[in-house]
Design a protein around this ligand. Structure first.
Ligand SMILES: Cc1cc2nc3c(=O)[nH]c(=O)nc-3n(C[C@H](O)[C@H](O)[C@H](O)COP(=O)(O)OP(=O)(O)OC[C@H]3O[C@@H](n4cnc5c(N)ncnc54)[C@H](O)[C@@H]3O)c2cc1C
Length: 312
């Protein structure tokens, strides 16, 4: 098998030994830790060869096979590997994380135990402003002076919330009820076990620029610190065919074909006006059109439309 490590690189067990229980810090008091892993790149290849047969061994090495599988969404071989993590994450971030239903979860119980005495705090220069283009997102930072006041108010709120929680416990209130006013910034911990296919799906969604910054930090840490060394071939293919890939819709392709036939001779990149002239018919009568904006961003990235078009 070509997936065995090259001479001089650490053995699989040394690699796993070095990674297991190592705390990779995230945010101000969070972390991700590898607890266990089953399978490696070779396990993906082994499973795929059951379905594709011995013939594949001659035509493709392991790397090529993994790349083929990922490119064509032949996903089940990636389910043969599993990874278990211990994570410490603020509850608002966990609320997004837990939406990924294809994992096995055990979370710290604040009915049974005292809530973790730690809340995620925001530095004075880390308050983000509301994005104007995307109602769900943020864009830019608040000035430091305004941020300092918010951070100060946040610290007060955290202390007050914890004091009220403590007061309820001391009065004999059950932990399950005493916790109800703890802020969403309170850290929780959970074991999270997931197969590699669903882990890559999680990473593709949560490393993406549309995901909230906090969960993006977690996903990037999981991906780069843990998945990359454990599954180097799958990781490489994932970056090439998911993270850095671009999907061109049927409408996008029509616009590109029109632009290149109208502007082939005049030369590309085309201007914003040329893009608007070549846009899809269904977008033409709309003042605002998210799909047109997305198409424009793709064409700028491909060098087919001039970047200045963004601000025009
Ligand atoms: C940027 C961003 C913004 C979001 N905004 C919102 C929001 O505003 N409101 C909101 O509620 N959610 C929001 N979500 C959550 C999102 O809708 C998904 O619930 C979440 O990303 C989990 O994705 P998933 O279902 O593909 O993953 P998983 O639950 O891990 O499932 C993986 C895949 O398994 C299959 N699957 C799993 N369970 C089922 C099932 N029961 N039936 C059929 N197929 C299944 C599906 O193919 C699915 O894609 C957002 C997510 C992102 C990344």
């Amino acid at each position: 098998m070509t997936t065995s490590p090259p001479a001089g690189s650490p053995s699989r067990s040394d690699l796993i030994g070095a990674l297991r229980w190592k705390k990779f810090p995230v945010l101000d008091d969070g972390f991700v830790t590898l607890v266990d892993v089953m399978g490696d790149d070779a396990a993906i290849v082994q499973a795929a060869r059951v379905s594709y047969g011995e013939g594949t061994r001659q035509v493709s090495d392991d790397r090529q096979l993994i790349r083929y599988l990922l490119r064509h969404a032949h996903t089940t071989p990636f389910e043969m590997a599993e990874v278990k993590f211990l994570i410490r994450v603020p509850m608002d971030c966990w609320r997004q994380w837990i939406r990924h239903r294809t994992a096995n979860v055990n979370e710290y119980s604040t009915r049974y135990s005292l809530a973790i005495d730690s809340m995620q705090s925001t530095e004075a220069d880390a308050w983000r402003t509301q994005a104007t283009s995307n109602r769900q997102g943020s864009d830019g930072r608040l000035p430091r002076e305004a941020g300092s006041q918010l951070t100060h108010a946040e610290t007060e709120l955290h202390h007050r919330a914890r004091a009220v929680y403590q007061q309820r416990l001391e009065a004999g209130v059950a932990r399950e009820q005493a916790r109800k006013d703890l802020p969403l910034s309170t850290y929780t911990e959970a074991y999270w076990k997931v197969d590699l296919h669903n882990l890559l799906h999680f990473l593709a969604l949560r490393m993406d620029s549309h995901a909230q910054e906090e969960i993006r930090h977690y996903a990037t840490t999981v991906g780069e610190q843990i998945v990359k060394p454990l599954f180097p071939l799958a990781w490489e293919a994932f970056l090439d065919y998911r993270v850095n890939a671009m999907r061109l819709t049927g409408l996008d392709q029509e616009v590109i074909q029109r632009l290149s036939s109208d502007h082939g001779a005049a030369g590309l990149p085309a201007s914003h006006e040329a893009f608007m002239a070549a846009q899809h018919e269904s977008w033409r009568r709309l003042d605002r059109c998210r799909e047109r904006d997305e198409c424009l961003a793709k064409l700028i990235q491909l060098g087919l439309v001039a970047p200045a078009a963004v601000s025009s």
